[in-house]
Structure formats: structure tokens, C-alpha cells
Write a protein that binds this ligand. Structure first.
Ligand SMILES: [Zn+2]
Length: 421
């Protein structure tokens, strides 16, 4: 009896031993520091990296994953996605998707696309709008609830833009329909209200479209957005190509310029000085040919493609902080969206950027922009165990990322042996 009582006491007083996972990694790449470490053991407990080193003892009972023939690095991030959006065909009117599809349907597409990206190595996505009535906020909530496996998502809610959003030539009797997709905000007071509206409904980043209309956002309008968003601890991303709208955004101290296809050297220099990120969305020519002019929003592909490469080369040489973002909004037959996202790597190569720097733009730089650098984006003790592995060295050829065959998200294996689904 005494023995039994002692055993019961032990049962209730002994600390619960958390399951430990041990990864035997052939090579660990930490792009943030440029370190390459051979034959490492990564110990993972409760979703986080508990320890990493070459001579770590593996606790008995640990789940052991053998990646000794693989290159392991931090989970990838894409800072410019539209997971719920698929433009049916190039040159379709931009408004056709939100007039023809329900928010519920788009939410399901958003979850489907998010899971597909996770399985190919993208463990964090920043979704910058075009999700109807906050569909991506609900996809994020459903994943956070544990109902579905999915990447970490930071979503923008509705895009804030001058009157009309990104629509073109809509007649007055159907004009209000763009309100399903955009918030009209003209003048600092309306911009503040729009930022607060998005924060209320769950936005983790504020997205402004600044120069898609005949009228552009002013310095005062940008300042209002930055002040409101930063007060709530979230960053401001601005869709802008060049010109006075880019000048105003940079001067106001927004956090990232999205696209910036025609930024001048002077604008890039000012971005570097102010620590503003460029999320460069470098469309490959083959994608531009499908997107077309996106209903008149973009220049012709033959004009735009070389400009994108030139601007990326200049930004990199000047030391602007670069973050990988793709902006894929079309489907190619027989290809996944992640396949298409990896096509962007070819543009970065054409711009003369080394694999190490590309990898940094896809991990730690992105984490800095998303304000999650203390939680994710590096292979380091105390950070989330968001890891990918592949059989070839991405520092020799960045295209190795296409062969990612192991994905771990918050310590759970989502691809490779031991996957949870
Ligand atoms: Zn976009």
C-alpha cells in the first residue's frame, strides 16, 4: 500500500516530461549570420529550438529525425501574398474576382493555398489584402485555433486606397462594390479611421495602395497611417511604383515599399538611410505574360520585365534591406503556387544577388519587417522550430529550395517522415 501511495505521489509531483525531438542535421545554414555548421544536433521541445550544437547528447525517448545528408535552414517567408485571390485570366478586369466569388469561397482558397505553400517550405506568409470581407483574418484564426495545419499568417485586412481602390471605370451604380475589397480613405482623418477599422478586424499589417489612381497619397495621409499603425505596434506596407507617391511614403517613414519598380537611385538611397525595406515582387517574364497589364494597372510585360531586374540590382548594390515577396495571383496549368513563387528566384539571380543574400531576404530580413524576429526567422535557441531541409546546398544554387523535402512548423513535421498529416 505504501509503495502504491508513493507511486501515486510520484505521479502527481513529478514534472511532466515534454516530448523532445532531435534532428541530426548534416549542415545547418543560418542566413542571418552567414554561418554554416556541419553535423549539428537540434533539440526541439514544445515547438521551440531548445538547443543546437555538435556534441549535444540526445535525451532517451526523444523522437530522432535523421537529416544527416541534408541542408537545414529556417522556414521560408513570403512577405507579399494574396492567398485568396486568383485572377482568372490576364487582362481580366481587376474587379471581376470580388464581384464573382463569395468571401467564404475565397477563404477556402486561401487556406488551400496557404497549406500548399507550407508543404513546400513557406512557414510564414504576409498576406497583403484582396481577401473580400477579411477572409484571410479568418483563415489565420482557424489555423491559430489548431483546426488546420498552416503557416504563420500576418494579414492586412482590406487594402486602404484613395477613392475607387484599384478598380477602373466602374459606373456609379455599382461603384460601392469595391468596398468589399478596399476601404476608400481620402484625407488624413479618413486614413486614420481606415487603419483603425483594419486593426479592429484583426490586421497585423496595414497596406496602402498609393499610386494606382489619377490621385496619389500625400505626405500628410501617409503620416496619419504610419502614426496610427505604429501606435498599435504594426507596420505599414505601401504599394507604389515611383514618383511623388513614393517620395511621400519614404519621407513619412513607412516600413516597406511594395513593388517600387521604377524607384530612382535617390529614392533607394533614402530608403536605405531610413531603414525602409523593399519587398520587390520581382515578376518573372513568363508570369508577366499571363498577368498581362492586369486590367491596365501594369505596364506591358516587355517594358516591365527589364525594369524589375534593373531596380533590384540597384537596390541590392545600394544596401537597401530586401525582403522576398512574390505577389502571385494567377495559376499556371500543372503548377503549384509555390512552384511559381520559386520562379522569382531566377529574377534575383539575373539581378546578380548571391544565394546567401536571397536566403536572408526569405528568412531573417522578412522576420525583421514582420516584427517577428524575436520569435521566428533564424535557426537559433529559443526561436520557433520552423525549419526546412533539402538534399542539395542552396548556397551553391538557390534553386535547391525547389527540392525541399522536409518541413517543420512550430516543432510539428508537416513534410518528410513523421509528418502529422
Ligand atoms: Zn500585391
Amino acid at each position: 500500500m505504501k509503495k502504491l501511495l508513493a507511486a501515486i505521489c510520484l505521479l502527481f509531483t513529478a514534472p511532466l516530461v515534454a516530448q523532445v525531438t532531435a534532428i541530426k542535421a548534416g549542415t545547418v545554414i543560418d542566413p542571418s549570420r552567414g554561418t554554416i555548421l556541419k553535423d549539428q544536433v537540434i533539440l526541439i521541445e514544445q515547438g521551440k529550438i531548445k538547443a543546437i550544437g555538435s556534441v549535444l547528447p540526445i535525451p532517451s525517448g526523444a523522437q530522432v529525425i535523421d537529416l544527416s545528408g541534408e541542408w537545414v535552414t529556417a522556414g521560408l517567408m513570403d512577405a507579399h501574398t494574396h492567398m485568396t485571390l486568383t485572377e482568372i485570366e490576364g487582362n481580366a478586369p481587376f474587379e471581376s474576382f470580388y464581384l464573382n466569388e463569395s468571401t467564404t469561397y475565397r477563404g477556402m482558397r486561401g487556406l488551400h493555398n496557404s497549406q500548399a505553400l507550407l508543404s513546400q517550405g513557406f512557414t510564414t506568409l504576409r498576406d497583403v489584402g484582396n481577401s473580400g470581407e477579411y477572409a484571410m483574418s479568418d483563415v489565420r484564426r482557424a489555423i491559430e485555433q489548431g483546426w488546420f495545419i498552416g503557416p504563420t499568417i500576418i494579414d492586412a485586412g482590406k487594402i486602404i486606397a484613395p477613392f475607387g481602390g484599384q478598380s477602373r471605370n466602374m459606373p456609379p451604380h455599382v461603384g460601392p462594390f469595391w468596398g468589399f475589397e478596399y476601404i476608400d480613405a481620402d484625407g488624413p482623418a479618413e486614413v486614420r479611421k481606415a487603419v483603425r477599422t483594419n486593426i479592429y478586424y484583426g490586421a497585423g499589417v496595414i497596406k496602402l495602395v498609393a499610386d494606382n489612381s489619377a490621385y496619389h497619397y500625400s505626405l500628410d495621409e501617409f503620416r496619419a497611417a504610419v502614426e496610427e499603425a505604429h501606435h498599435a505596434g504594426i507596420p505599414v506596407a505601401v504599394h507604389v511604383y515611383s514618383g511623388d507617391a513614393a517620395d511621400n511614403a519614404i519621407e513619412a517613414g513607412v516600413d516597406s515599399i511594395e513593388h517600387g519598380f521604377e524607384l530612382t537611385d535617390a529614392q533607394l538611397k533614402k530608403m536605405k538611410d531610413k531603414g525602409i525595406f523593399l519587398v520587390s515582387t520581382d515578376f518573372p517574364r513568363a508570369h508577366l505574360d499571363i498577368v498581362g497589364t492586369s486590367g491596365g494597372i501594369l505596364p506591358e510585360p516587355a517594358v516591365l520585365a527589364p525594369k524589375i531586374i534593373d531596380r533590384l540590382t540597384r537596390a541590392h548594390k545600394m544596401g537597401v534591406k530586401l525582403v522576398f515577396g512574390t505577389d502571385v495571383v494567377v495559376d499556371m496549368k500543372g503548377r503549384t503556387r509555390a512552384d511559381m513563387m520559386f520562379d522569382y528566384l531566377g529574377v534575383w539571380r539575373l539581378a546578380g544577388i548571391a544565394p546567401q543574400d536571397i536566403l536572408r531576404a526569405m528568412t531573417s530580413n522578412a522576420a525583421d519587417l514582420l516584427r517577428i524576429e524575436k520569435v521566428r526567422g533564424r535557426v537559433a535557441e529559443g526561436l520557433a522550430a520552423d525549419l526546412v531541409a533539402m538534399p542539395a546546398n542552396p548556397l551553391d544554387d538557390i534553386e535547391a529550395l525547389r527540392k525541399i523535402d522536409f518541413v517543420m512548423k512550430d516543432g510539428k513535421i508537416v513534410k518528410g517522415s513523421g509528418a502529422v498529416h
